[in-house]
Structures are given as C-alpha cells and as structure tokens.
Design a protein around this ligand. Sequence first.
Ligand code: IPD
Ligand code: CA
Ligand code: CA
Length: 259
Amino acid sequence: MDLEALLPDVVSWARAAGAIQLSYFRTDRLDTRAKLNDADIVTAADAACENFLTAQITEAFPAHTLLSEESGERSGESRQWRWVVDPLDGTTNFNAGLPLFSVSIALQRDGETVLGVVYAPRLDELFTAVKGGGAFLNGRPVHVADEDRLTRMVVATGFPVDKATDPDNNLDNVARVMPHVRGLRRLGSAAIDMCYVAAGFLDAYWEMNLHLWDVAAAELIVAEAGGVARRFRPDSPSRNVCMLAASPKAMPQIEAFIK
Ligand code: IPD
Ligand code: CA
Ligand code: CA
C-alpha cells in the first residue's frame, strides 16, 4: 500500500467530517445524550461523522477492519489492516460551544499506526503523519519542544469520565506536577493535546482511561515529530489506555511524577 498516495484521500475525509462537525456546532440540533454518566456524552454530530467516515472507509477498503468509537469493531477479511476512528474527539467542548474538538483517523498495519490524521475544524488545524515521513501541521513540518527546564514547561492533562466514582482520577498526579511547571492545561481533546505536544506548543501531556481511538493517530504524529508517546500503567485494566506524550527533554522530568 502506498501510504503517501493514500494520505490526500484520508485528509479529504477528515476535512469533510470536520465540515459535518461545524454544521452542528453551536446549533440546537445536538441531541445530546449521556452514555456512562453526565460527564460522558454523545451528540448527533458524533453519529453523523461516524456514519460518513464508515461509509468512506468501507467503500474504499471493504476488506479492512474498522474500529470506531460509537460502533465498535467491524472485522474485515483483513486483520492486517485496521482503521481506528474517533469521529469527534472533545465532545464535551463541542457540546459546550468551545472550539477545541477534532476528528481522528488512524490506519494500522499489524497493530502499528502507519498513517495518522487529526483535524480540528474550528481552528482549521490539520495534523498528518505517515510512518517514516515526519509530522506536519497544515502541510508544514512540526517538531517537539526543546525546553529542558521544568519550570518553563507548559503541560496538559485530562480526567477520566468516572472521576466521581473512582478515586483513581488523576488528581494525585496533578497535585505532584502542578507546582513545578509554568502552566497546566486541560484542553479537552486527547488527540489535540497530543498533536500540540508534537508541534511543541505543549511540552508534555498525560491522561489515563483513554481508548485506542483517542490516541492511535496522534501517537504516530508525536513520534514522527521527534517526541515520545508512551503507555503507562499496563497493569491497571480499569484505566484502559494511559498515555504520556512528551518531548524527549520533558519525558523523564514529567514521568517522575506520574503514577
Ligand atoms: C474524550 C476527550 C477528552 C478526554 C476523555 C475522552 P471524546 O474523548 O479526548 O479530552 O479527557 O477521556 O474520552 O469522548 O470527546 O471522544
Ligand atoms: Ca475521544
Ligand atoms: Ca469521540
């Protein structure tokens, strides 16, 4: 498969999904529903984007496997190739009328992401990477931050949707990190958080209880930008995917605080 040749098609799908998001943004057509609880929501825009992307991917690659957040996994003849899609990452922001939300599309070969696209339509920021080819923001190469002093670093995190019922909710990590850094942010889209590490806008980002669709595309974008995207807590199944993404200079300093 020629991944560089495939990238423009995936970018066009991401841009079209972004246009669908914007057609719902700040309207009264969101039809918001709670999933696990009131902190875990889905809107009509999530479903519309997922339907659109599923149709594009299955038409272009009917044999491929497809994992998407709202529909789960649809196994294709090929287990080798799998698409991993978050149709709308940052639904809490989107639903509140805040501009940080995105669509995330990854293509994996044998479980490893080889192509990743994250598009934030309200910001018109498009992050792309093909394995071995570098990472790009709106077509320009990006690289992780070079800062080595913890006191000058700006970092981001997030909190799990079951934060009210499970005390393992990241507040302990926040308390350890926050006094030592220039700033700590909660942006609300894991895919954007990680792409901002890739672009050097953030020095580091961590979060627990994520899922593969939140991180699959951005993991490659971080790595291709010279960063490190590392899973932590492999022994905490209830915390699902725990992600720490950072520049090489920030990684050991932030990692020392995170449990
Ligand atoms: C969420 C966002 C958020 C993170 C949550 C995710 P969603 O994804 O990435 O930043 O804190 O854990 O579930 O639900 O908006 O696709
Ligand atoms: Ca998500
Ligand atoms: Ca989502």
